[in-house]
Design a protein around this ligand. Structure first.
Ligand code: PLP
Length: 437
C-alpha cells in the first residue's frame, strides 16, 4: 500500500513538523480502546478529547446517524424547522439545572461559548444595561478558539498572537499545589481566590461587566478543581453585582463529575451553561448553550413583535444528524446510568488507583474528581512546562492515551470504564513515570 501523504493537512494544536516525521495514526476504535493498523491496542484514557463519554463506535448512535441522514439530511433552521430539533431541545433540558430551560444550538464548544457571550450582551442591552460589554474569565481557563473564547480564556499562547478582540480581564486560577497537593476530590484551600472577582469588579466597575465565565473545573488548563466553597462564592459575588454567571461545561458536562452537569454536582446554578463534546458522544459535532428563562424572556420581550430577537445562528444549528446522534447518546446515557456512574464505586476506584502513584518520586500531585484526574510530574529544569508532552508520548508507546498538559498527565476515561481497565492504565503509567527523566 502507498505510504500516507501528510503534507496537505495542517493539523490543529499540533507541532506539525515533529508529528509528520513519525505520525501516530489511529485506525479504528471500540469501547475504551483505540487500535493502530498493526492491531496494537491503546487504552483511550482521555475519551478522545474528553468527549467519547459512552465509549467509541456505539452501534446505536451510528445507526441513528445513518437513518437520519437518509430521512432528512438537512433543511434550513432559519425561519423553518424540523421536529427533531424541538424534541431534542425539550429532552436536553430535562438534564439541566432548574431554570435553564432554553437551548441555543451551535456546532462546537467554541461556538457554544461565542453564542453564550453574545447572549449575555444581548440580555444586558435588552434590559437597558448596554454599558455592560466586558467579560471576566480566569487564568488557565479554556473556552475554545474563536475570538470571544480566546479573549476570556486564560491560556496565554492561545491569544498572544491574536490580540484580545473582546474586552476581558481574568481572575487568578485556583491551582495551589503547595497547599493542596494530593487532595482527593475538591481541594480544601483557596476559597479566598473568589474574592479576586470583587477586585476586578472594583477595578472595572460592575456597570461595565456583562458576565463572568469559568469552567467548574478547568480541563485543558490541567484539571484544576475548584476549592471547596469557591464556586458558591463566585455565584454570591455575581448576584451582589448583578453579573451573569456562565459555566463552560463543555468538558465537565454529561456525567464527568458524577452528575449530568458539574453545576448540579457542586450545587451552584449559573445563568448559562455551554455544552458540546459528550452531548453527542463526540460522534457528530454539536454545541449548545443552556439559557435561563430569565435571560430568554428578557431578550424576547425587548424585541418588537415579528422581529428577529437575536441576530445570531449557524447554518448547522440543530443539524438533524447531530440531533439524532444526540438523542441516541441520551438513550445510552440513561439506560447505562452513565451520567451518575462516576459518583459510585468506579469513581472511588479511579481515585484510589490514581493516588496509588503518589509514592513515585517524580509525582508531586494527584488531582481527581468523578472520572477525571491529573498526575503532576516533577519536571527537570530543561523540560519545565513541557514534561507532560514527553510523558504522554511514552504513555502512548506503553499503550495508554493520556494528555500531556504542562507538566501533568491528564485523563478523563470513557464513563463505561471498568475497574480492571483503570488498573491497567495505572500499571502502565507506573512503568512510564518511574522511567521518566
Ligand atoms: N470550552 C471548554 C471548556 C473546552 O474544554 C473546549 C474544548 O476542549 C471548548 C470550549 C472548545 O470546544 P471545541 O473544540 O468543540 O470548539
Amino acid at each position: 500500500m502507498s505510504e500516507l501523504k501528510t503534507d496537505a493537512f495542517w493539523m490543529p494544536f499540533t507541532p506539525n513538523r515533529t508529528y509528520k516525521v513519525a505520525p501516530r495514526i489511529v485506525e479504528r476504535a471500540e469501547g475504551i480502546y483505540l487500535f493502530e493498523k498493526s492491531g496494537r491496542k491503546i487504552i483511550d484514557a482521555t475519551a478522545g478529547l474528553w468527549c467519547s463519554n459512552a465509549g467509541h463506535c456505539r452501534r446505536e448512535i451510528a445507526e441513528a446517524i445513518h437513518e437520519q441522514a437518509l430521512k432528512l439530511d438537512y433543511s434550513s433552521i432559519f425561519n423553518f424547522g424540523h421536529e427533531l430539533s424541538f424534541e431534542y431541545a425539550e429532552r436536553l433540558v430535562q438534564y439541566t439545572p432548574d431554570g435553564l430551560n432554553r437551548v441555543f444550538f451551535g456546532n462546537s464548544g467554541s461556538e457554544a461559548v461565542e453564542s453564550a457571550l453574545k447572549i449575555a450582551l444581548q440580555y444586558q442591552r435588552a434590559r437597558g444595561k448596554g454599558t455592560r460589554t466586558m467579560f471576566i474569565g480566569r487564568e488557565k481557563g479554556y473556552h475554545g478558539v474563536n475570538f470571544g473564547g480566546i479573549s476570556v480564556g486564560g491560556i496565554a499562547p492561545n491569544y498572544q498572537t491574536f490580540g484580545q478582540p473582546v474586552k476581558a480581564n481574568h481572575m487568578r486560577h485556583t491551582l495551589d499545589i503547595a497547599r493542596n497537593a494530593f487532595s482527593k476530590g475538591l481541594p480544601e484551600h483557596g476559597i479566598e481566590l473568589a474574592e479576586d472577582l470583587e477586585r476586578l469588579v472594583a477595578f472595572h466597575g460592575a456597570d461595565q461587566i456583562a458576565a463572568v465565565i469559568v469552567e467548574p473545573f478547568a480541563g485543558a488548563g490541567g484539571v484544576v478543581l475548584p476549592p471547596k466553597g469557591y464556586l458558591q462564592r463566585l455565584r454570591e459575588i455575581c448576584d451582589k453585582h448583578d453579573l451573569l454567571l456562565i459555566f463552560d461545561e463543555v468538558i465537565s458536562g454529561w456525567g464527568r463529575t458524577g452528575s449530568p452537569f458539574a453545576s448540579q454536582e457542586f450545587g451552584v446554578t449559573p445563568d448559562m451553561i455551554t455544552s458540546a463534546k459528550g452531548i453527542t458522544n463526540a460522534t457528530v459535532p454539536l454545541g449548545a448553550v443552556f439559557v435561563s428563562d430569565k435571560i430568554y424572556n428578557t431578550v424576547m420581550d425587548a424585541a418588537v413583535e415579528g422581529a428577529v430577537e437575536f441576530y445570531h445562528g449557524y447554518t448547522y444549528s440543530a443539524h438533524p444528524v447531530a440531533c439524532a446522534a444526540g438523542m441516541a447518546t441520551l438513550d445510552i446515557y440513561e439506560r447505562e446510568g452513565l451520567l451518575t456512574r462516576a459518583a459510585g464505586d468506579i469513581g472511588k476506584h479511579w481515585e484510589s488507583a490514581l493516588h496509588s502513584l503518589a509514592d513515585l518520586d517524580n509525582v508531586i500531585d494527584v488531582r481527581n474528581y468523578g472520572l477525571v484526574g491529573a498526575i503532576e510530574l516533577r519536571a527537570p529544569d530543561n523540560l519545565k512546562g513541557r514534561f507532560g508532552a514527553k510523558a504522554s508520548a511514552l504513555a502512548w508507546q506503553a499503550g495508554v492515551m493520556a494528555r500531556g498538559i504542562g507538566d501533568a498527565l491528564c485523563m478523563s476515561p470513557p464513563l463505561i470504564i471498568e475497574a480492571h481497565e483503570i488498573d491497567d492504565i495505572v500499571d502502565k503509567l507506573r512503568g512510564v513515570i518511574s522511567g521518566l527523566e
